[in-house]
Design a protein around this ligand. Structure first.
Ligand code: M6R
Length: 353
């Protein structure tokens, strides 16, 4: 039976968005118990020469973020594996020097479980980063990390995403013998401060209430934010949203830009944000309707925007950047009469093969 409370559109998604800073606090306090130390020890002992990730949907964007961490901070090659290569196509690569990390909120997507199992058979060290440590993915992997997000009931993943980002960050820092909790310590308070400004996003949602198409763009560590923002807008609000890295945008998709297609740009402080300096003038030449989520100077130059709080290093900024987009997706959806907790045609675990 559906109660009056559970039937309020977006109730679950709104609550799960608000929970995030508390989840980060808990993960920072109990990361060792979540399996981070044990998994990191196992990875250090194996000294992998490359890291592959396997994931779907929102979890795939968390994996993309971790790919940047591995490439930039570990200096190792990293890639996202398409699960179908080892499941449907039966590929059997030699993975003896490889670490494969499966990222999944549910730990239940069968193609991920199968991919991790095959990777283990092919010699890889396998680690599951999941919100359900009793899941098939966790049981299949050599080690698992609990992202400690608590049960996520809205179909639109929100809190599990930022918990995955933080768990992956802490794990990968631990592998290179750095205590990531130090740099991450300010995040929960910054997240609370950001979420206290939710009214600003309600106003933005009003602006985009009738938008049918949108583009999202960012560079570097923020590119996964652009991807995840587009996914949230697609699945909750049925906006045809396409994400491009700022670099790729200039190699063709720029032709899509006109004043009728809002462009949501992430311009955080740091290398990725600075690289957006090549992109924003090209958008201005096309008279784009740019909404900037980023540092104050970038927001001041855009038609509209949302200023990110100062105080997080660039590589941790994605945890904060996604919050305004989650709120935007929620409010656009509800403003259009939708229910982001139960988007049409979707259920919580997608079984794809
Ligand atoms: O449970 P998983 O993380 O493996 O699920 C992956 C996707 O099905 C999931 O992220 C889906 O894309 C969400 N609806 C996104 O909000």
């Amino acid at each position: 039976m559906t109660s009056a409370l559970t039937s309020r559109p977006g109730r679950l998604m709104a609550a799960e968005i608000r929970e995030q800073p508390a989840i980060w606090r808990n993960l920072l306090a109990h990361g060792g118990a979540a399996g981070i130390d044990a998994a990191a020890e196992m990875i250090r002992a194996r000294r992998p020469r490359a890291v592959l990730f396997v994931a779907r949907g929102t979890s795939d964007h968390a994996a993309l973020y971790a790919k940047y961490l591995v490439e930039i901070r570990h200096g190792l090659p990293a890639g996202l594996v398409s699960p179908s290569t080892m499941t449907a196509y039966g590929a059997r690569p030699d993975l003896r020097d490889v670490l494969m990390i499966g990222v999944s909120q549910s730990g239940g997507s069968p193609d991920l479980v199968r991919s991790l199992a095959v990777a283990g058979e092919q010699g890889a060290l396998t680690v599951a980063v999941t919100n359900d440590v009793s899941s098939a993915l966790a049981r299949t992997a050599h080690a698992h990390v609990d992202v400690l997000a608590g049960p996520e009931r809205s179909v639109a993943a929100t809190k599990s995403y930022t918990a995955q980002l933080l768990a992956l960050y802490l794990l990968l820092e631990r592998v290179r013998d750095v205590d990531g909790r130090v740099a991450a310590a300010p995040l929960p308070d910054l997240g609370d401060a950001l979420l206290a400004r939710a009214d600003e996003i309600v106003a933005l949602a009003q602006r985009y209430r009738f938008a049918q198409r949108m583009l999202t763009t960012a560079r570097g560590y923020s590119y996964p934010t652009a991807r995840e923002a587009a996914l949230k807008l697609m699945e909750t609000s049925y906006v045809s949203a396409q994400a491009f890295s700022g670099a790729d945008l200039l190699h063709g998709p720029l032709a899509l830009v006109d004043p009728q297609v809002p462009v949501l740009a992430v311009v955080a402080s740091g290398v990725g944000g600075a690289a957006m300096g090549d992109v924003l003038p090209r958008l201005a030449e096309r008279s784009a309707d740019v909404c900037c989520v980023g540092h104050p100077a970038a927001v001041a130059d855009a038609a509209v925007g949302f200023t990110l709080p100062d105080g997080a290093p660039e590589e941790l900024s994605p945890l904060l950047e996604i919050l305004p987009f989650q709120l935007l997706a929620l409010h656009v959806s509800v403003g259009r009469g939708g229910d982001p907790d139960a988007p049409r045609g979707l259920s919580k675990v997608t079984e794809t093969l």
